[in-house]
Design a protein around this ligand. Structure first.
Ligand code: PLP
Length: 405
């Protein structure tokens, strides 16, 4: 199914729209990745750390009470929330740090928005004793003081970025700039399936452990493949990690859930596949939020992890080819999903993952109207401990509004 003209493209999406000065770094990384992909020694070492340090394989959990509540769905949760550091991001950062070590690099750099990717990167760098610098928009440094402290604890330096809107996209620009000058000693760990080739393809492969494990686990539990796979989409790494091993199974529907934020019509959202246009940012062509002058429109979502104006080029391809579909869930519904999973299953999800949970209500209704029942595999990308304080305030506002309305 992977009809890719050359290995850095997904249909017309992806590519390497970077300054010439970055090309040697990308070529070097590409060659190194091609080598380790096939190298059993690398995979053995990675597998060992994934098992003993990250806690893999993560369980596939049958959510009986949620299934009963929704009626028409038989729901399984892939528990990435149980990974060390509380989300799927460590699957990628650990693998890339191992790769960097192999390349003889002594320093790691990364961009971060709310700090989740920064923490996952600092964690993996600490594990191998590598120097680690994390670029973070000044705005985010102020808002996410706790994650800044975590990164400091883990031995990383946090560099505040004061250009542009002082948020994630500006931090990404600065990290790319640093890399151009430092590539001899430094590896850049991108946090999702975005950026110039080979990042989207490589990070997809590293996150595909999610789908590979889940495939085996659901076959064991149900004796067959699921009818659908559902995951939230920010940059798209947990979603593509779940989807990839099912792409050739035509009977398995693939559904990504973006952030509709305050509503698509308000313009304050993160739904680049549902409401964006094709463009180029951070070295790759993808669906993107920008205005008529070509300026990036900042994304909005209640969940920081879905707050990116672009999306992985492979998702752009899966959407345009019709293999996957993408739905958008707003802030309020995501909060309801957050509450529902906590109440019914005793699992507090990350607000990002709560978008996928909330979408199950929509899917259940669709399936009921068709007079069917479906078995659904959902990626629970992370745990919600990081979000409880924010959710407390938001849920109070919501219940006040509902009492008035
Ligand atoms: C970062 C994050 C996401 C969004 O990133 P993707 O690359 O789209 O997976 C989703 N869930 C959690 C818990 C996150 O931390």
């Amino acid at each position: 199914m992977e009809k890719i003209a050359d290995k850095g493209r997904f249909g017309t999406f992806g590519g390497r729209y970077v300054p010439e000065t970055l090309m040697p770094a990308l070529e070097e990384l590409d060659a190194a990745y091609e080598e380790v992909r096939e190298d059993p020694v690398f995979h053995e070492e990675l597998g060992e750390f994934l098992e003993k340090y990250v806690g893999r394989p993560t369980p596939l959990y049958h959510a009986a009470r949620l299934s009963e509540d929704l009626g028409s769905l038989n729901i399984y949760l892939k528990r990435e929330d149980l990974c060390h550091t509380g989300a799927h991001k460590i699957n990628n950062t650990l693998a890339q740090v191992l790769l960097a070590k192999r390349l003889g690099k002594t320093r790691i750099i990364a961009e971060t928005g709310a700090g989740q990717h920064g923490v996952a990167t600092a964690t993996a760098a600490a594990l191998f004793g590598l120097e680690c610098d994390v670029y973070m928009g000044e705005e985010d440094v102020d808002r996410q003081a706790l994650n800044v402290f975590r990164m400091h604890l883990l031995g990383a330096r946090v560099i505040p970025v004061t250009s542009g809107s002082c948020t994630l996209k500006d931090a990404t620009n600065e990290t790319l700039r640093d890399w151009t000058a430092s590539v001899r000693t430094t590896h850049y760990i991108i946090g999702s399936v975005v950026g110039p080739n080979p990042f989207p393809r490589m990070i997809r492969d590293f996150q595909s452990i999610i789908g590979r494990e889940a495939r085996g686990q659901i076959l064991e539990a149900e004796g067959r493949l699921p009818d659908a796979c559902v995951a939230c989409v920010g940059g798209g790494s947990n979603a593509i990690g779940l989807f990839h091993p099912f792409v050739d199974d035509a009977g398995v529907e693939l559904i990504g859930v973006e952030a509709a934020g305050r509503g698509i019509e308000t313009g304050e959202h993160g739904a680049s596949l549902n409401a964006g246009r094709v463009g180029v940012l951070h070295g790759c062509q993808m669906h993107l939020l920008y205005d008529d002058d070509g300026q990036i429109i900042p994304a909005h979502s209640v969940s920081a992890g879905l707050d990116y104006p672009g999306v992985g080029p492979e998702h752009s391809y899966l959407k345009d080819s019709g293999r996957a579909r993408y739905y958008a869930i707003g802030d309020t519904d995501a909060l309801r999903g957050f509450k529902r999973l906590s109440l019914l299953e005793g699992i507090i999800p990350a607000l990002e993952s709560a978008h996928a949970i909330a979408f199950l209500g929509v899917l259940a209704e669709e399936v009921r109207q068709a007079g069917e029942t479906k078995t659904v595999l959902v990626c629970l990308s992370g745990r919600g401990d990081k979000d409880v304080q924010q959710a407390e305030g938001l849920l109070r506002e919501l219940s006040d509004e509902e009492a008035e309305g």
